[in-house]
Ligand binder design. Structure first.
Ligand SMILES: Nc1nc2c(ncn2[C@@H]2O[C@H](COP(=O)(O)OP(=O)(O)O)[C@@H](O)[C@H]2O)c(=O)[nH]1
Ligand SMILES: [Mg+2]
Length: 231
């Protein structure tokens, strides 16, 4: 009987992710890994941000889900190139899946690829996709203890998007407490507060992303920490 250890799988993934990252840097493409719970508002965030992003950059989306093409259909309606990955049960995307998905995109013509990971705050944190940055999505209905309970995603995220701010009056969500929880983790993330119902916060988030992208373009090995000072 052959036993495959999780650490071997993670090593294989890390090697493929490094290959992806080198390819993205060579092509001058910024890739963002969007991570949040099921229903946090990831696809809505994409729908609301894409009109701002596509004014200045050639953008495509990779959608990760266990089943269905529903999220990809939502993005397709905006006229943005999109590839759906169905993981068939796996609770996260991995580097191999992303390599296969981007092969379906016109990469030489793109500036920015936004990857919506499978809804989950645990597994996607462990699997590097070769992205330049992770962005965490947290809706106010999930409670503001989530950064402390799922520290890896929130510690590593370059930005945290708080969604559904219109629902704050109906919850015990405390934005100041949430910020302090992020700070306690050592997070240096930019925090954006958005509401799809009120059309708020998306222009600011998109402007940040475009600025980050300009900082990276054509600079192999350029890391987020080195361009944070410009933000
Ligand atoms: N009230 C409110 N609902 C939202 C907001 N953003 C998303 N939703 C709703 O939350 C649900 C899940 O959104 P979706 O974008 O599909 O989440 P995903 O599973 O993370 O991609 C949908 O019913 C959305 O309409 C928001 O800002 N305010
Ligand atoms: Mg979605």
């Amino acid at each position: 009987m052959k036993v495959v250890l999780a650490r071997d799988l993670l090593k294989v993934n890390a090697d493929l992710a490094a290959e992806n990252r080198r390819a993205f840097e060579r092509q001058g493409i910024t890739v963002i890994n969007l991570i949040g719970s099921p229903g946090a508002g990831k696809t809505t965030l994409l729908e609301k941000s894409l009109p701002f992003l596509t004014r200045e950059a050639a953008v495509a989306v990779v959608e990760g889900d266990i089943a269905t093409t529903r999220d990809a259909e939502r993005i397709e309606r905006l006229g943005v190139p999109v590839v759906q990955i169905n993981t068939g049960g796996s609770c996260h995307l991995d580097a191999q899946m992303v390599a296969s998905a981007v092969a379906e995109l016109p990469m030489t013509k793109l500036d920015l690829v936004l990857v919506e990971n499978v809804g989950n705050l645990v597994c996607p944190a462990a699997f590097d996709l070769g992205e330049q940055a992770k962005v965490a999505v947290l809706s106010v209905t999930e409670g503001n203890d989530k950064p402390a309970k799922y520290p890896r995603v929130f510690r590593e995220a370059a930005a945290v998007i708080i969604t559904k701010a219109d629902l704050i009056p109906h919850t015990d969500f405390d934005l100041a407490f949430c910020r302090s929880e992020l700070a306690a983790l050592g997070s240096q993330a930019q925090v954006f507060v958005t509401s799809a119902a009120k059309e708020q916060g998306f222009a600011e988030g998109a402007a940040w992303l475009l600025k980050v992208r300009r900082g990276w373009r054509g600079v192999p090995g350029h890391s987020l920490s080195s361009c944070r000072s410009q933000l």
